[in-house]
Design a protein around this ligand. Structure first.
Ligand code: AFP
Length: 325
């Protein structure tokens, strides 16, 4: 099996970008180790602080954020950092070529139950027309991402990544400590009838979305093979969808703060959308391509539907032919 760096070289990825990816992955290996130690690592449970989203931070969230921040700050190719756990952009090296955004620990409600969690990351070229500490650095379309990926800390540690070519899957080989290419080209199945959504939010959804799910759940003819899986960590759901097909939904809803959904555009929706698209799928927000949405703020949220083309199209068609959304 091929190692990561030779694969990236063959893909024609620039050396400084390869080295930056290596830095991010070095941090993920450290996080993977702490995760695998579970309660023995002393990092389970909550801190008393809240992050910018108003969510209580888990100790592992804070640790993963600090590890990534420290290692990226030591990398000369990083101009700016944005993180789910940082209110503002962190300026690093003022003339460096790249900016990096990440969700250090996605799915933090799974931390204490030994469930799937992950790190999502994205890399863009730095902008020379704005300062390193400006949120404008990150106000770039998702189509400008030069690398997007996640590391899933599951039974094995699994890296899904694209540098603009195919989405590729790598497994962390604990015997030598490197990521090995295990799925050279991920291709999204278009045959699955599996969806992923927090159905407990049904009562808060707009009428059009409720109506669509009524069809999915009760129209026995059209959806006789439908099934549902929901992880509580989008990174786990998207990993399953990339491997088996299906669709992930997190619509906007009536709860305060969720008017535009829950998922963050910069460090969740855009990188996962790029992985899905490069595997042959689709990712939309209110019927529009996620990667073409102009960002309005650093921690912006977007409603999300992503996965197999037929299921995304079907949802968008059902919703946008309905005037209640
Ligand atoms: P956390 O990382 O704050 O736990 O949020 C995870 C997440 O953004 C995404 O990964 C999940 O799919 C989604 O939230 C789960 O949200 P609900 O608990 O509202 O279903």
């Amino acid at each position: 099996m091929e190692r990561l760096i030779p694969t990236l070289k063959k893909d024609g990825v620039e050396l400084d970008l390869i080295l930056l990816i290596r830095t991010i992955l070095a941090a993920t290996k450290e996080i993977a180790f702490r995760v695998s130690q579970g309660e023995l690592s002393g990092v389970l449970g909550s801190t008393l602080d809240e992050n910018i989203q108003g969510e209580v931070q888990k100790k592992l969230d804070v640790l993963a954020n600090q590890l990534l921040k420290d290692m990226l700050s030591d990398d000369d190719s990083v101009r700016s950092i944005a993180s789910e756990e940082e209110e503002f952009v962190v300026p690093v090296h003022s003339t460096a070529p790249y900016i990096v955004a990440f969700d250090p620990l996605d799915g933090s409600s799974n931390i204490d139950i030994n469930g799937q969690i992950g790190t999502i990351f994205t890399i863009y070229r730095a902008r020379d027309d704005v300062a390193a500490n400006s949120p404008e650095q990150f106000a770039q379309l998702g189509t400008e991402q030069v690398c997007a990926g996640y590391v899933l800390y599951g039974p094995s540690t699994y890296l899904m990544m694209t540098t603009g070519g195919p989405t590729r899957g790598y497994t962390l080989d604990l015997t030598h400590g490197g990521y090995l290419l295990t799925v050279p080209e991920v291709t999204l199945s278009q045959d699955s009838m599996e969806f992923s959504a927090n159905m407990a939010n049904y009562r808060y959804w707009q009428e059009g979305v409720q109506h669509y799910f009524d069809q999915v759940l009760y129209s026995s003819e059209d959806y006789k093979d439908v099934t549902m899986r929901y992880n509580g960590a989008m990174v786990g759901d998207i990993n399953r969808i990339l491997i088996k097909g299906g669709v992930f939904h997190y619509p906007s809803d009536a709860r305060a703060g969720n008017e535009n959904g829950k998922i963050r555009l910069l460090y969740e929706a855009n990188p996962l959308a790029m992985l899905i698209e490069k595997a042959g799928g689709k990712a939309t927000a209110h019927g529009k391509r996620i990667m073409a949405l102009p960002p309005t703020s650093l921690h912006q949220r977007v409603p999300v539907v992503m996965g197999s083309n037929n299921l995304v199209d079907e949802f968008d068609k059902a919703i946008f032919s309905n005037s209640n959304v």
